[in-house]
Design a protein around this ligand. Structure first.
Ligand SMILES: *Cc1c(COP(=O)(O)O)cnc(C)c1O
Length: 389
């Protein structure tokens, strides 16, 4: 969707001409007679501000419908409620830590099993599926090592066994990637990240491909009630107004930062799908409209937690915080932060080394971000990094 189309998919208010979507801060709607209303009866079931956001997001992803939830995990939780005890999920192995926790500590207890595989090779997925598989669950690119999986290929495997392909599109955002057009059935987003984009709210979104899936998610949304409030819906819409321009700038910054890191002597590996050295660069190029996201992860030659700690506590513009995708650059140390709930051996299996640092590039000037990183390396090298070779 072009920037023009995105901006003009945001409706003005037919009642007053208000150019921005009004915030309907209400719990209920007056009825003309029992059951006779203007399309809204109770704010858990529906709210005009939420409806506006949901329609905009459905348009962004080319879906049948979208549904807004209180957080990304609430959105994911709603999708998981489509399953029954005995069902199985095949999931990407370096899945977001919070999703791992939800699978392991909430849904496995309810009789849903999850098998983790490296989905960057579609053959691994084909080998792992069984008659019990109901979902194939991928993130692409993943958090934090930015692995990219072939959505088209995996969607064919899902179809062949009557399972649904769920894609967490948080990192690519609808600007870089439209999973439904590549064969996915359901998209989830942490709206907290790029879509909101200002680090000022938490939100989650589900986008469905078919009317029958929409009906089932709508039912769960109303039955479980994990909805996004009207004010946060308004802020999310406001974020979407600048999503295209923000995301493109963040991609540009990340690419420059990744190139800088690749050439730095204290850095070991750099994970960024835009680098030709990245294992999944070719598929990322095809699948993501030439946009590789604003996230860059890297490891240090001194591959230890203390070395990572020294780095992440000495930056200036990059602020040490959970989350990503906002206009201000952030950094984090996944082993102790976003992925602390994943056991160390599982983390290492998924390629999350002890010194792994994740950068979320904001919309500052790339030169300033690079200068910040350069100065941080200099600051900590005197004591922490014994720069061998
Ligand atoms: C942050 C994130 C989530 C969880 O979203 P919340 O809004 O924090 O609940 C899920 N998936 C990915 C890829 C994320 O980055």
């Amino acid at each position: 969707m072009s920037a023009t189309k995105i901006i003009h998919s945001i409706p003005s208010d037919p009642l007053t001409g208000s150019i921005s979507v009004p915030v309907y801060q209400t719990s209920t709607f007056i009825q003309d007679a029992p059951g006779v209303n203007k399309g809204y009866d109770y704010a858990r079931s529906n709210n005009p501000t939420r409806k506006a956001l949901e329609d905009i997001v459905a348009g962004l992803e080319g879906g049948d419908s979208a549904f807004a939830f209180g957080t990304g995990l609430a959105a994911i939780d709603a999708v998981l409620k489509l399953l029954s005890s005995g069902d199985e999920i095949i999931a990407v192995d370096d899945i977001y830590g919070g999703v791992y926790r939800l699978f392991t500590h909430v849904y496995e207890k309810l009789g849903i099993t999850v098998k983790y595989v490296d989905t960057t090779d579609a053959d691994n997925v084909a080998k792992a599926v069984s008659s019990k598989t109901k979902f194939i669950w991928i993130e692409s690119p993943t958090n934090p090592t930015l692995k990219v999986s072939d959505i088209k290929k995996i969607s064919k495997i899902a179809k062949s066994i009557d399972a649904l392909l769920v894609v967490d599109n948080t990192f690519a955002s609808p600007i870089a990637q439209q999973p439904l057009t590549l064969g996915a059935d359901i998209i989830v987003h942490s709206g907290t990240k790029y879509i909101g984009g200002h680090s000022d709210l938490v939100a989650g979104l589900v986008v469905t491909k078919t009317a029958s899936l929409s009906e089932r998610i709508k039912f769960i949304q109303n039955a479980s009630g994990g909805i996004l409030g009207p004010w946060d819906c308004f802020l999310t819409i406001r974020g979407i107004e600048t999503l295209d321009i923000r995301y493109r700038k963040q991609c540009e910054n990340a690419e420059k930062v990744a190139r800088f890191l690749t050439n730095h002597q204290a850095v070991d590996d750099v994970y960024f799908p835009g680098l030709t050295s990245h294992k999944n660069h070719e598929i990322a190029k095809q699948q993501q409209n030439g946009l590789y996201g604003g996230i860059v992860s890297f490891t240090l030659k001194e591959n230890t937690v203390p070395a990572a700690n020294a780095f992440v506590t000495n930056t200036n513009y990059f602020k040490l915080a959970e989350s990503l995708g906002g206009v201000k650059s952030l950094l984090c140390h996944p082993p102790q932060m976003t992925h602390a709930s994943v056991p160390r051996e599982k983390r290492l299996e998924a390629g999350i080394k002890d010194s792994l640092i994740r950068l979320s590039c904001g919309i500052e000037e790339a030169e300033d971000l690079i200068k910040d990183l350069k100065e941080t390396f200099e600051k900590v090298s005197t004591n922490k990094f014994a720069q061998t070779s």
